[in-house]
Design a protein around this ligand. Structure first.
Ligand code: ADP
Ligand code: MG
Length: 270
């Protein structure tokens, strides 16, 4: 479980203090799949880095399973529980061969070589990249590189996986692959924290947190968040196409209030 209490994060810059997180509270339960959305600069990436103690609170607290991330002696425990995948696949790859890259985190843990091999093979299989294990990462597509980065996190066997806009630099095919992989990991029991600016992706989560100016503006199920079309637009968000279309059709037809998916819209139009 992750619990964030009154979290503030202030970056010190040459031009003065920049408040990135401004008294933020949230709780994420074990096994949940949550999405975090928010306009550029709302503090999503700063928040993500607090989940595994890459950043520490200026004030307030972040707990991972009741361990306080700001206590230095908990660092190892926090990192063991929370894996991170970032936006730019190129900046995440560290080794010259795919399987070495997936093994990288494990080698630092002092795990015996045969165990490492076993975990690397299983992780590559989980992301459908077994055939590429001897490839140079530079030969892979962006989507394949992100799957390698995710394999690295799977190999670490963290129970929480934080993904910060992992599909932002991918083509539609790559995005679909990452999304189906994320859903598979959730089905296997991982806690997923998925930051995205693609609303169709966010609508796959069980719960959405909407960030604005370093705070959680609201939270709710995708139906609760996205079927409030007018409000989401006012806040500067798109809504999934079916929700938008349903809103327009309501001017002519009597439709149920909460329509989010194409299937729900098709059903309502019958
Ligand atoms: P998001 O991921 O939602 O776009 P960020 O967490 O990256 O937002 O940034 C939140 C705010 O903090 C922005 O105003 C951004 O300019 C600022 N910021 C982010 N990183 C730094 C940094 N290293 N130094 C100073 N300001 C930063
Ligand atoms: Mg960001």
């Amino acid at each position: 479980m992750i619990r964030v209490e009154n979290l503030r994060h202030v970056y010190k810059t040459a031009n003065g203090d920049k408040i990135a997180l401004d008294g933020l509270n949230l709780t994420i339960d074990d096994g949940e799949f949550v999405a975090i959305i928010g306009t550029n600069g709302s503090g999503k990436s700063t928040l993500a880095k607090h989940f595994n103690a890459l950043l520490l609170p200026t004030s307030g607290k972040v707990f991972v399973d009741e361990t306080d991330t700001s206590d230095e002696k908990n660092l190892w425990n926090v990192r063991k529980n929370v894996g991170m995948v970032f936006q730019n696949p190129d900046s995440e790859i560290v080794a010259a061969i795919v399987e070495d890259d997936v093994a990288f985190g494990l080698e630092n843990l002092g795990i015996p070589p045969e165990k490492i091999r076993e975990r690397v093979d299983l992780s590559l299989d989980a992301v459908n990249m077994t055939n590429y294990k001897n490839f140079a990462p530079s030969k892979l597509s962006g989507g394949q590189k992100q799957r390698i980065a995710i394999a690295g996190v799977i190999a670490m066997q963290t129970k929480i996986i934080v993904l910060d806009e992992p599909t932002a630099m991918l083509d539609p095919q790559g995005r679909r692959e990452i999304m189906s992989l994320v859903k598979k990991l959730h089905a296997q029991g991982k806690t997923i924290i998925y930051i995205t600016h693609f609303m169709e992706e966010a609508s796959q989560a069980q719960k959405i947190f909407v960030m604005e100016r370093g705070k959680i503006l609201r939270s709710g199920t995708p139906h609760e968040i996205f079927t409030n079309v007018a409000e989401m637009k006012r806040l500067g968000f798109d809504v999934p196409v079916a929700a938008e279309l349903a809103e327009r059709l309501r001017k002519k037809f009597k439709l149920p209030k909460k329509i989010l998916t194409a299937d729900e819209l098709a059903e309502a139009l019958k």
